[in-house]
Design a protein around this ligand. Sequence first.
Ligand code: GLY
Length: 401
Amino acid sequence: MHPRTTGPRTTSDVLVVGGGIIGLVTAWRATQRGLRVAVVDPEPGGGAARVAAGMLAAVTELHYGEETLLGLNLLSACRYPDFVAELQEAAGGADVGYRACGTLAVALDADDRAHLRELHALQQRSGLESEWLTGRECRRLEPMLAPGVRGGLRVDGDHQVDPRRLAAALVAACERSGVLVHRTGAERLVVAGDRAAGVVLEDGTELAAGQVVLAAGSLSGRLGGVPAEAVAPVRPVKGQVLRLSVPRAYAPFLSRTVRAVVRGSQVYLVPRENGELVVGATSEELGWDTTVTAGGVYELLRDAHELVPGITELPLTETRAGLRPGSPDNAPLLGPTVLPGLHLATGHYRNGVLLTPVTGDVMATVLTTGELPEEARAFTPARFRSPSPSTSSSLSPAGVS
Ligand code: GLY
């Protein structure tokens, strides 16, 4: 049974469900366009950004069949420097740890080398900048690499940001620009007259809004009261991540992100300027499980050790698991749903941190004009709609608890 609702308490133009980096950037950009915005989240600035390494890896994480997504990823990567400068100022001078350090993707054996050669060919066909290096050239760039490294790809345009500091800056920018942040959970969507009209919070309070954005990462499909046809098709994809610390005496341990595919699994090492070294990540389809397992930690350390043997000397400071919001085609869901007034900003899967700047811009345009900008049209949630046209009168609630 629902807690008793108390009738609408506050009214905003836009109510964002989810205060992770995607929800926060949507709120911040919308408020800059003159909209009155509220965010609902029990822990704003938390979510997957607490776990993510923060690679901005449009080129090194290129996959076959994801050329459309590549365009959006590159656009967002391009916007990052200006976005960071503007956000840091709006957040009162916070530093989000943006580091234009580049990435080196390396191969440890003949199979890895063949895989990397394929990736290089795909990058070249896509007009991307990357340079093939011999093992010796890789080690000259990064002396801590294992002697067995057989070759690599130098990608000087794939940078990094610290997602925790990014999230904290977005919370500050939102609050300083007048976004109302409700530190509680959303229980269900309110639908009135066949349009989204607000949400009921866990304590029964109802918040009314002209438009609602579901930006709750992998949880975006779980809000009660959303008509079945408008439910976000997202699933959780678990990633376990380790944090180590590089003592001053060892610095610089690595000067750029180093990554590889070892025995078919991705491993990456992301060195921060403050001495933190992030090692990620597993990719596990295990539902809502966020347990850090001995096996996950073992595999990450084993693979990272093969790349950079000296890693075992470093203090291990944190282990954590998070959930990527996976969509059916691994690309984000941006913009209006079949239910008028209800939008999605979710499904960013491996690219949430990278796509933060462009998502904020796209969602602000959608919320002020009702239209997706050209660069985001391919990411409409409508691409997963069944061919038979649904009408608003056929909408039926799903997930109402
Ligand atoms: N983009 C890195 C990851 O999802 O693990």
